[in-house]
Design a protein around this ligand. Structure first.
Ligand code: ZN
Length: 199
């Protein structure tokens, strides 16, 4: 047997959400029985459970599952990690990139785990500021590094499609800890994330 990916959804949650979304369609002036919409409440119920799966995940467990002793103390930077999250004020997506750096203090983690930590917190209802801080704290608490830095650049659909309708504005949030409070370290990090090594 080859690789097979399966998805499971909680039945009670799915049926509860389906009912609510069916009602919402009516309130929005739609006919939930018309052909194109018949399966929409179910699809949306499942999509929302997927996008909110972070509530059932623990970033600390993920980071600890690949924690290795390594006597290095140079900056480790993972940049351009894709971020897809939902703003808690409008339940509309915000998306962009995260750049995460830390300076180990005897312990490192798998690079893919750093990216997974982003998803754990992004797949919840969020504000970008809290998302940035939660990522930093999870790395700080599990690896106890000499410093952590997190920068997120994102575009918010609630700003682009409604309200002020600013199509091209990008919100940048940052969180720094330890060594990154010092100017030279922070400058090096900011220089690295703005450099484009691949071009
Ligand atoms: Zn919003």
């Amino acid at each position: 047997m080859g690789y097979k990916k399966t998805e499971t959804y909680d039945e009670k949650t799915t049926s509860g959400l389906m009912k609510t979304y069916g009602e919402a369609l009516k309130w929005l002036g739609e006919d939930p029985e018309r052909e194109g919409l018949q399966k929409t409440p179910e699809r949306l119920a499942k999509a929302m459970q997927y996008m909110m799966q972070g509530y059932d995940q623990d970033a600390h467990v993920i980071l600890n599952s690949a924690k290795f002793h390594e006597p290095i103390s140079e900056m480790i930077l993972v940049k351009d990690i894709e971020v897809y999250s939902m703003c808690e004020h409008h339940i509309l997506p915000f998306f962009g990139k995260a750049h995460i750096a830390y300076i180990p203090n005897g312990w490192i983690t798998g690079l893919s785990k750093v990216a997974r930590v982003v998803d754990v917190y992004a797949r919840r209802l969020q504000v970008q500021e809290r998302l940035t801080l939660q990522i930093m704290n999870a790395i700080k608490e599990t690896l106890n590094p000499l410093g952590v830095a997190v920068v997120i650049e994102a575009q918010h659909l609630c700003m682009m499609m409604r309200g002020v309708q600013k199509q091209n504005s990008v919100t940048t949030t940052s969180a720094f800890d330890g060594e990154f409070h010092k100017n030279p370290t922070r400058s090096e990090f900011l220089k690295l994330i703005s450099a484009n090594l691949s071009r």
